[in-house]
Design a protein around this ligand. Structure first.
Ligand code: SAH
Length: 474
């Protein structure tokens, strides 16, 4: 039967930790104990470099001799890590006789406690144990927890500690204090602290305390979140946190179901993208929804494909929210260009081939009839064109006229990073052929430049072939 354990945390001020042994196993435990600011006594006839260095820095006491009964009897806990069965067994027996808790490395049968693997966000500590059933599984779990907890979680815990007395002063009702902590820790104040902006944390705490004290609804807020190019695991950790705190998520067509699945379960989801048979929401209407929801006190996430500030109209939304005096944060996302580049191992810049990369759109700027491609003429430039599919012929004509070689390599990537990713390639002069490809209906990027020749284009179709095939079918 599997051994059972009860987890406890040992107070390092309560006594001395004795480590018996001077080798690598001992050093590993000494390192953890020193990090926890424990008083450490190492007893070993010889000790490795790391333990010696700790002793020279006065961070531990090192006794270069064999271990004796008094060492063990005087310790609060003992870790035996000599690797010598006789010595380790001796330590275990003496410790048990004196009622001292003992761990023998890799010998649960001789141990009265085991040392868990930990995720350290001091003062927050997560301890993980599989009770020896599967150390590899325990390590996997540790990695997952490690990745899901902000590196600044400890700062947040300390920040919360520094707020305690203020909260107690300003809110005399226990229910309100609890509401404060829940709202604060789920909200943008805590997020600010995690992002190294303690001032934002203090301001949010102050506003929240005021609202709760006056029995008002706390202020809402909008976060523009970049959802990345499609694959759900290309979200940033910050975006994931925002999704898990949202009351309402306002999202576009480019945001897939796998990403929405990561949101808080009871968050309200509102689709405002273009869908067949239905008018899409106008930008004004979207701005209106964001403003109304925030005024109602909601924590609103405006979720957009790629990055909110790359052809995402994020700037317009920020301006509208600012005008309405609503607080707004922006969380960047991986834009389609870098997502597609990674998927194709296509370097967007490369010494000798491209020292400039431009993200452009084939749609004309406001007040202009035609898009202006002059900025994309430089042959040492990689041009990534968003929303360019229907403008392939115009782009080609314009760029060749501006002096780009007709044989400049081009890649078109549809549904980049998704399971249905599709790649087409060919020389610039053949690019207009894509207009005739009837099933190229997903979001697609056009990448133009010599770096395309460096990409991994396995499985790519060519513009000419696919276009011809399509015409034959039609
Ligand atoms: N803000 C987004 C771009 C929105 S504009 C970003 O930063 O990526 C919409 C255009 O983005 C599409 O027409 C297409 O050109 C491009 N796009 C978005 N996702 C894409 C994907 N997964 N694969 C290829 N192109 C994509």
């Amino acid at each position: 039967m599997t051994q059972s354990y009860f987890p406890i945390f040992w107070d390092t001020d309560s006594g001395t930790a004795l480590v018996v042994g001077g080798g690598e196993n001992a050093a590993r435990k000494v390192r953890l104990l020193v990090a926890a600011r424990a008083r450490v006594h190492v007893v070993a006839p010889t000790a490795g470099e790391e333990i010696q260095a700790f002793a020279e820095e006065d961070r531990i006491i090192l006794s270069r001799r064999p271990v004796g009964e008094d060492d063990i009897a005087g310790a609060a806990i003992v870790i035996a890590a000599t690797g010598d069965n006789d010595v380790d067994s001796y330590c275990a027996a003496i410790a048990q006789a004196h009622g001292v808790k003992v761990n023998v490395v890799d010998r649960p049968d001789l141990s009265s406690f085991i040392v868990p693997s930990i995720v350290d966000r001091s003062p927050i500590l997560v301890a993980i144990s599989s009770a020896g059933t599967s150390p590899v599984l325990a390590r996997r779990i540790r990695e997952r927890i490690e990745a899901s907890l902000s590196p600044n979680l400890g700062k947040l815990a300390e920040f919360a500690a520094s707020l305690r007395s203020t909260v107690a002063e300003r809110l005399n009702d226990g229910r309100k204090r609890r509401a404060f902590w829940e709202l604060f820790l789920d909200g943008y104040g805590a997020e600010g602290v995690l992002e190294n902006r303690p001032d934002a944390g203090r301001q949010a705490a102050d506003e929240l305390l005021g609202a709760l004290a006056r029995d008002e609804k706390p202020k809402g807020r909008v976060t523009l979140v970049g959802a990345g190019p499609g694959a759900a695991d290309l979200l940033t950790l910050r975006a994931l946190r925002a999704l898990q705190q949202a009351d309402i998520i306002v999202y576009d067509a480019l945001v897939g179901p796998e990403i929405l699945d990561l949101a808080r379960r009871d968050a309200f989801r509102l689709f405002v993208g273009k869908a067949k048979g239905r008018h899409s929401y106008s930008q004004d209407r979207i701005n209106g929804i964001l403003i109304d929801e925030a005024r109602r006190g909601s924590s609103v996430v405006r979720l957009k494909g790629g990055d909110p500030f790359v052809f995402g109209r994020g700037g317009e939304e920020v301006a509208a929210l600012r005008n309405a005096e609503i607080d707004v944060d922006v969380i960047p996302g991986i834009t389609a260009a870098t997502g597609a580049a990674a998927a194709l191992r296509l370097p967007l810049t490369q010494r000798d081939l491209a020292n400039v990369v431009s993200f452009a759109t084939a749609h004309p700027a406001a007040g202009k009839d035609e898009p202006d491609f002059a900025a994309l003429a430089d042959p040492n430039q990689t041009a990534v064109i968003y929303m360019g599919k229907t403008k392939a012929a115009e782009i080609t004509t314009a760029l060749i006229k501006l002096g780009r070689r007709p044989d400049t390599p081009v890649a078109v990537i549809e549904n980049a990073t998704l399971s249905n990713q599709r790649i087409l390639t060919g020389p610039l002069c053949d690019l207009p052929g894509i207009a005739a490809i009837s099933d190229l209906t997903g979001p697609a990027l056009i990448v133009i430049g010599d770096v395309v020749a460096e990409a991994d284009l396995t499985g790519a179709e060519t513009f000419a072939q696919t276009a011809t095939k399509d015409r034959a079918v039609a």
